[in-house]
Design a protein around this ligand. Structure first.
Ligand code: BG6
Length: 289
């Protein structure tokens, strides 16, 4: 299938009716729906659908930089590039055996990118939709250089929520975090669960392997399970920042929450020939809260 700009997109479907849609632009998951055809990811109505800008929503891939921590464009270039489909992907390993359908997308160093980031690499993103509708992302970065390189990585995941004021995030209790709203100063989380009443832009460090988002109004719980991605970014721009973001509606902050599985504080370093793997599994359940 193709999007509004003629960019190829791949649709994955589970036998029970869940689906995911992935764009070759940015290697970005653009949609994830449950068995009742309900969209689980947020996309802004004001999103610029024209490349090279990434669509505001879904799951853009931030690589090899997160935010403005470096000399590259914000969140790195991967989300703004065209990726390729691997028509002959390596087979599944046992951990993936429950899966029904998957696609492998590849991003490799282009001549232009080598000028701004002089490292030969391959980034392979495997998007898997399991029988029960879980969405897994397995990312692998391989160093084809003769020198080591370091990078940051994040699955910048825009979850759709009914009302941000009624949302609670669990799994970040007692963790240290860097607050982007205070020059990345380090704080320790004091509360039992995270709730939202103003702008939040934090990188929680070395979180546990599972984080949950409770959406009271929708009676829905998202669970994020991860491996190889120690940090969790939590972002909601709230009202003032929303008005300053051109491709974001003034009130849309009420209906989204970004919770990203990421590796930011300690960049990943790969020696020549080495490969890194990060995994995240997103699941959703109707919950009694
Ligand atoms: C978040 C960052 O992950 O992404 C924020 O922590 C940033 O600082 C936000 O504002 C959105 O970034 P962008 O580049 O997509 O507007």
């Amino acid at each position: 299938t193709k999007d509004e700009n003629g960019i190829p997109q791949v649709i994955l479907r589970s036998p029970r009716g869940a689906s995911a849609r992935v764009s070759l632009h940015g290697g970005q998951v653009r949609s994830w729906k449950n068995e009742r055809n309900e969209e689980l990811l947020f996309t802004s109505n004001k999103s610029k659908l024209k490349p090279p800008a990434a669509v505001r929503g879904g799951i853009p891939t931030c690589f090899p930089q997160f935010g403005n921590r470096g000399t590259l464009e914000q969140h790195g270039f991967a989300r703004n590039r065209m990726w390729a489909v691997d028509e002959n992907p390596p087979p599944f390993q046992s951990v993936d055996s429950n899966s029904t359908t998957f696609i492998d997308l590849l991003l490799t160093s282009s001549d232009d990118d080598l000028k701004i980031w002089p490292h030969s690499y391959e980034l392979r993103l495997r998007v898997i939709l399991s029988v029960d509708g879980h969405l897994s992302l397995i990312s692998r970065v391989r160093n084809f250089n003769c020198k080591p390189f370091s990078f940051a990585f994040a699955h910048h995941t825009y979850f759709a929520v009914s009302d941000i004021s009624e949302v609670r995030v669990e799994g970040l209790e007692t963790l240290d975090y860097l607050d982007n709203l205070c020059n990345r100063e380090r704080f320790t989380e004091q509360g039992d669960a995270l709730t939202f009443e103003s702008e939040v832009d934090r990188v929680y460090l070395s979180s546990s392997d599972a984080v949950a988002i409770f959406d009271h109004e929708k009676k829905r719980t998202f669970v994020i399970r991860k491996e190889g991605l120690p940090d969790i970014v939590v972002w909601n721009p709230w009202d003032k920042k929303s008005r300053a973001i051109v491709d974001f509606g003034d009130d849309e902050y009420k209906h989204m929450l970004c919770v990203d599985a990421a590796a930011i504080e300690k960049p990943i370093t790969l020696k020549p020939g080495e490969e890194w793997t990060g995994r995240v599994e997103l699941s959703v359940t109707a919950s009694i809260q």
